[in-house]
Design a protein around this ligand. Structure first.
Ligand SMILES: NC(=O)c1ccc[n+]([C@@H]2O[C@H](COP(=O)([O-])OP(=O)(O)OC[C@H]3O[C@@H](n4cnc5c(N)ncnc54)[C@H](OP(=O)(O)O)[C@@H]3O)[C@@H](O)[C@H]2O)c1
Length: 488
């Protein structure tokens, strides 16, 4: 059963109603509020996995918005399997020289479905920070969908996301549970970034492809926590499962994109404009963007909100009418060629060793060695997090005049628009900022969002004010250059 470490003034009526539901006893007169409506759950949101490396930064971000003016976040709880670690999180997240904030601590284990059901019955929204998601995420999504409560996570594992979509989408539509994975650095900058670039193309100019180049920067070491490394290792190790899953499903709708399919290009490339050596690496971003493009092809006006105002309907349709579909790809960048070779060596280690159980044991037990120092079990220090940042460049290439493009492949691209997103440390500052802003949209503007379903962040939050919110919270979007009529 959940425990409340700190005293909270949550309605007893709600707990009694949940107890009644779980014990399946007959309705009592306490089931309704005085006005005849169901009482609200005690917590606007629950952060599950709050004791984790990323989870604790999510808690710190959530505290910034708790009860602040105009914030829809009036209450939240932290949840996980270890009470004392959750208490440590609250102490860590407190302002310097202040006592831990008065936040309820709930007990829930992803291996215990009853604890998850109880968790979901106490909130409108679960923010899931428990990874690797392929090991722990399924039961959490199942519990949310069953309870009809909303779910957001910071997953970067395509197989998990696609499996959840196939397994729970229809049920989630029915129960009114909105399930959106990848609401962190994977994959919101990629999703909003390609849309931002795509919206810069004004008819008759159209994009053919948008290539993203990601550069992680720091004055100190660039370090990630073991949780991300483990998720990546297990994802690569089970790549065959993802392929199998995709083959077992009907193929997704393909957008109509003007011009031919872009050439693959060299494995390693030098991008003069950004002074970056770049290499293509498998990423969740391309998989998520391609799902958004497929959804958009089937639903060109996006998904209607459950109780959308006329103004919001118009805004949503206008937004999607400005987004031009384009091929999307992502490359990882480094200022020096040696950095790119480090990516290759890491890719080779994970790709080759990840396939056998002995190899995986080695990879997971010696993360620092096999990741060439990029990941370790302690995670980055607070200083390392504070000094890290990311830049993501989006190079859109296309045609200055769609009307002159008569046959596929009959014309070289002659237009280029470059945009850029920049922000603080990708994993532990940008991810919490993004997740919290998505959560605040869910809490404050639920009527404008789809009733339910397992959807991508782009399709759900694209037409909302997410970009503006990120800009107000330290993640910038800029147009860098436009060249029409003179591009290779
Ligand atoms: N989208 C992005 O850009 C992004 C950024 C950062 C992280 N992530 C992802 O977030 C995930 C977490 O990463 P991390 O570095 O924060 O990992 P972490 O430090 O290992 O945290 C994992 C959390 O999950 C909890 N947990 C594990 N098993 C559980 C269970 N059976 N029931 C309930 N809770 C359980 C842990 O609780 P205990 O404290 O009790 O062990 C801990 O709170 C990874 O999948 C990572 O890839 C994504």
């Amino acid at each position: 059963m959940p425990t409340h470490y700190f005293s909270t003034n949550q309605p007893q009526k709600w707990h009694a109603l949940q107890l009644q539901r779980h014990l399946q006893i007959s309705p009592l007169n306490l089931a309704m509020d005085d006005d005849g409506s169901n009482p609200s759950p005690p917590y606007d949101l629950v952060i599950l996995g709050a004791s984790g490396f990323t989870g604790k930064y999510v808690v710190r971000e959530a505290l910034k918005f708790l009860n602040s003016p105009s914030s829809p976040l009036k209450s939240f709880a932290v949840a996980g399997r270890n009470h004392s670690k959750l208490l440590d999180t609250l102490k860590w997240a407190a302002k310097p020289n202040s006592p831990p904030p008065s936040i309820a601590i709930l007990t829930a284990d992803t291996a215990d479905p009853v604890s998850l059901r109880m968790l979901c019955s106490q909130t409108r929204l679960v923010l899931n920070c428990v990874g690797p998601f392929r090991l722990h995420g399924g039961p959490v999504v199942a519990a949310c969908v069953q309870a009809g409560c909303d779910y957001l996570d910071i997953c970067g594992e395509p197989e998990f996301m696609e499996r959840m979509e196939y397994s729970y989408h229809d049920q989630a539509v029915e129960t009114g549970s909105l399930v959106v994975s990848a609401c962190g650095f994977d994959s919101v900058p990629a999703e909003l970034g390609w849309m931002f670039n795509s919206k810069q193309w004004v008819y008759p100019a159209v994009p053919n492809r948008i290539e993203a180049y990601l550069s992680l920067e720091s004055d100190k070491n660039i370090v990630g926590n073991f949780g991300t490394y483990e998720s990546a290792v297990l994802g690569v190790a089970h790549m065959d499962k993802l392929i199998e899953l995709r083959r077992s499903r009907p193929s997704r709708s393909k957008p109509k994109i003007p011009g031919p399919y872009p050439h693959k290009g060299p494995l390693i490339d030098y991008q003069k404009e950004f002074d970056l050596w770049v290499i293509k690496l498998p990423s969740a971003d391309t998989a998520v963007v391609s799902r958004t493009l497929a959804m958009l092809t089937k639903h060109p006006n996006g998904f209607p909100g459950c109780y959308e105002s006329d103004g919001q309907i118009e805004k949503r349709k206008k937004f999607w009418s400005m987004v031009n579909p384009a091929h999307f790809g992502l490359k990882m960048g480094s200022e020096c060629l040696i950095g790119v070779f480090r990516f290759i060596v890491l890719g080779l280690f994970v790709g080759l060793l990840g396939r056998s159980s002995v190899g995986r044991w080695l990879l997971l037990n010696f993360p620092s060695f096999f990741s060439l120092g990029w990941f370790n079990k302690k995670g980055p220090s607070e200083d390392e997090v504070a000094s890290a940042s990311f830049k993501m460049w989006f190079v859109g290439r296309g045609y200055s005049d769609l009307r002159t493009l008569t046959n596929v492949g009959d014309k070289e691209v002659d237009a280029e628009i470059i945009t850029r997103i920049m922000g603080p440390d990708a994993g532990y500052l940008a991810t919490p900022i993004i997740l919290l802003q998505c959560a605040l949209i869910v809490l404050g503007q639920r009527d404008s969002l789809p009733k339910g379903g397992v959807l991508t962040p782009g399709i759900v939050f694209g037409p909302m004010d997410l970009q503006e919110r990120l800009q107000q919270n330290g993640i910038s979007f800029d147009v860098i250059s436009r060249r029409i009529g003179s591009t290779r």
